[in-house]
Design a protein around this ligand. Structure first.
Ligand code: PMP
Length: 449
C-alpha cells in the first residue's frame, strides 16, 4: 500500500469525490481495506473482518501469500510484458498446467477478465461453425438468473434484466431458458417427479429457434451470482446430450466454480461432463493479478487449421497472457496442490453445509443450498408462502454480521423483489474455528431479528 498520512475519514471523502463505485446503494458504509492475512482482511482503522466471500468469490488461497508476491516481482523484473503473438515462459507452462487440471486436451486463449473470457468463447464458437461449414449458427442459449459478465456479449448472455435494461441494444442472438431452480421450480414441479423439465425446456427452445442457428449453450455448473442455484444431479448430463444431439457447443463458465471452489479442480467435474469450451478467471490467480482464459477443445482448434480455412482468430488483447499474471497463476496452482487446498475446500464445504442446515429453525430461512465451498441462504417472510424477505431484513443480517466482523454476500436481485439470498464463499485457508465463528455470527443475527 502506498504510504499515506491521510485519515480514514479524509480518504473516504476523497473516495466519495473521485471514485465511481459500482452498486454503491448496496454498500452504505464502505471500508478502506489495507491488508489481509489468510481469511482475514484489515481496514485502515485496524479492525479485522473474516472475509466470508473471498473478496468476490476469488481469493481462494487466502490473503498475504508472500510466495505469490515474490513470483510476480521476479517476473516483472525479468520481463514485464510480452505481446500475445510471442511466447513467454509462464504462459506456456500455465497452459500445460491448465490442461492437466482440465484432464483433457485444450488450447488456451488468455485474456484479462471473466467477461473477456466469455466474449472470446462466443467469437471462437461462431468462427468455428463458420469454418465447419455451418455459418448460420450464431445464437447462444443461457439461463435466466445467470451472470456471465459486463461487456456487451457477456451481458447479453446474462439472464438478469435489471443489469441490462438501461444498456440496450445489446448483442442479438442470445436466448434464455428457465433455471434449474428446485426451490421455486419454474415449471411448478417437484424434484423426483419432474422428468428434469428444466433440461427438456432447452430442447424446446432449440427446436423453436431452429437447431441449425444455435452455436452454443453457456452455463455455469451452478448459477452462483444469481442465487446459488444448484441443478439436479442429472441436469448437466442431459444438457451435454442435447448439445451432442444438435451439434451445439457446450461452454462452461468456471469463473467462480473453477480452481477448487466446487471441491474439485473444476465445477463441471462434479457432474462427469466434458465441456467443449471452458472459461475461467477469478480463482486462477486467487485475484492476486488479473488474468482469464478460454480453454477450447483441441478438435475445435484443429478446424481453424484446415487447409484453405482462414484460421486467423481475430482477437488481439494487449494484456492477454501477461507474464507476471501467468507467473502468479502458476504459483497459485502450486500452492493449491502443495497444501491440498481442494480437499480442504471440499471438507470445509461439507462442514459449512452441515452447520448452516441448523439455521433452518428460523422462520426466515427458507432454503439452504451449497456446492463445494459455496453456500446460499434464501431468506423468506415465512417458509409456507416463500415470499422473499424484504430488502431491509436482508440488509439487517448483513449489517449485523459486519458489525461482528464477518463479511457475507447477497444476491438474487435478478427479479424485482428477490434480492434475498445471502452468500458465503470463504478462502480455502479458513480454519475450523473460523467456520464456527461464521455460523455462530449468523445464528446471533437471525435470533436478533
Ligand atoms: N462469469 C461469472 C460466472 C461471474 O461470476 C463473473 C463475475 N462475477 C464473470 C463471468 C465476469 O467476470 P469479470 O468480472 O472478471 O469480468
Amino acid at each position: 500500500t502506498p504510504s499515506t498520512s491521510l485519515s480514514k475519514e479524509e480518504l473516504l471523502e476523497l473516495d466519495q469525490k473521485y471514485v465511481w463505485h459500482h452498486m454503491s446503494p448496496h454498500n452504505p458504509n464502505p471500508m478502506v481495506l489495507v491488508s489481509g492475512k489468510n481469511s482475514t482482511v484489515t481496514d485502515i482503522d485496524g479492525k479485522n473482518y473474516l472475509d466470508g466471500m473471498s473478496g468476490l468469490w476469488c481469493v481462494n488461497v487466502g490473503y498475504g501469500r508472500e510466495e505469490i508476491a515474490k513470483a510476480a516481482a521476479e517476473q516483472i523484473q525479468a520481463i514485464p510484458y510480452v505481446p500475445m503473438s510471442q511466447g513467454n515462459v509462464p504462459s506456456i507452462l500455465l497452459a500445460e498446467k491448465l490442461n492437466e487440471w482440465l484432464a483433457g486436451d485444450y488450447r488456451i486463449f488468455y485474456s484479462n477478465s471473466g467477461s473477456d473470457a466469455n466474449e472470446v468463447a462466443f467469437k471462437i464458437a461462431r468462427q468455428y461453425h463458420h469454418q465447419n461449414g455451418e455459418p448460420l449458427r450464431y445464437k447462444f442459449i443461457s439461463r435466466y438468473r445467470a451472470y456471465h459478465g459486463n461487456s456487451m456479449g457477456a451481458l447479453s448472455a446474462t439472464g438478469q434484466a435489471n443489469r441490462k435494461v438501461k444498456y440496450e441494444p445489446l448483442s442479438s442472438g442470445f436466448q434464455h431458458v428457465a433455471p434449474p431452480y428446485c426451490y421455486r421450480c419454474p415449471f411448478g414441479k417437484t424434484y423426483g417427479d419432474c422428468g428434469i423439465q428444466c433440461a427438456k425446456a432447452i430442447e424446446d427452445v432449440i427446436n423453436y429457434e431452429g437447431a441449425e442457428t444455435i452455436a452454443g449453450i453457456i452455463m455455469e455448473p451452478v448459477i452462483t451470482g444469481g442465487g446459488v442455484i444448484v441443478p439436479p444431479a442429472e441436469y448437466l448430463t442431459k444438457v451435454r446430450e442435447i448439445c451432442d444431439k444438435f451439434g451445439i457447443l457446450l461452454i462452461v463458465d468456471e469463473v467462480i466454480c473453477g480452481f477448487g471452489r466446487s471441491g474439485k479442480q473444476f465445477g463441471h467435474q462434479n457432474f462427469g461432463i466434458k465441456p467443449d469450451i471452458v472459461t475461467m478467471a477469478k480463482g486462477m490467480t486467487s485475484a492476486y493479478s488479473p488474468l482469464s482464459a478460454t480453454a477450447v477443445r483441441s478438435e475445435l482448434y484443429d478446424v481453424f487449421k484446415q487447409p484453405g480455412a482462414d484460421h486467423h482468430f481475430r482477437h488481439v488483447n494487449t494484456f492477454g497472457g501477461n507474464p507476471a499474471s501467468c507467473a502468479v497463476a502458476l504459483k497459485n496452482l502450486e500452492i493449491i496442490e502443495k497444501e491440498n487446498l481442494i480437499e480442504r475446500a471440499s471438507y470445509l464445504g461439507d462442514e459449512l453445509r452441515k452447520k448452516l442446515d441448523g439455521l433452518l429453525i428460523y422462520k426466515n430461512v427458507g432454503d439452504i443450498r451449497s456446492f463445494g465451498f459455496i453456500a446460499g441462504i434464501e431468506l423468506v417472510e415465512d417458509k409456507k408462502s416463500k415470499k422473499p424477505a424484504s430488502p431491509e431484513m436482508v440488509l439487517k443480517i448483513i449489517t449485523e454480521c459486519k458489525a461482528q466482523g464477518l463479511i457475507i454476500g447477497r444476491n438474487g436481485d435478478t427479479v424485482p423483489g428477490y434480492n434475498n439470498i445471502l452468500t458465503l464463499s470463504p478462502p480455502f485457508t479458513t480454519t475450523d474455528e473460523e467456520l464456527d465463528f461464521i455460523v455462530s455470527t449468523l445464528n446471533k443475527a437471525f435470533s436478533n431479528l
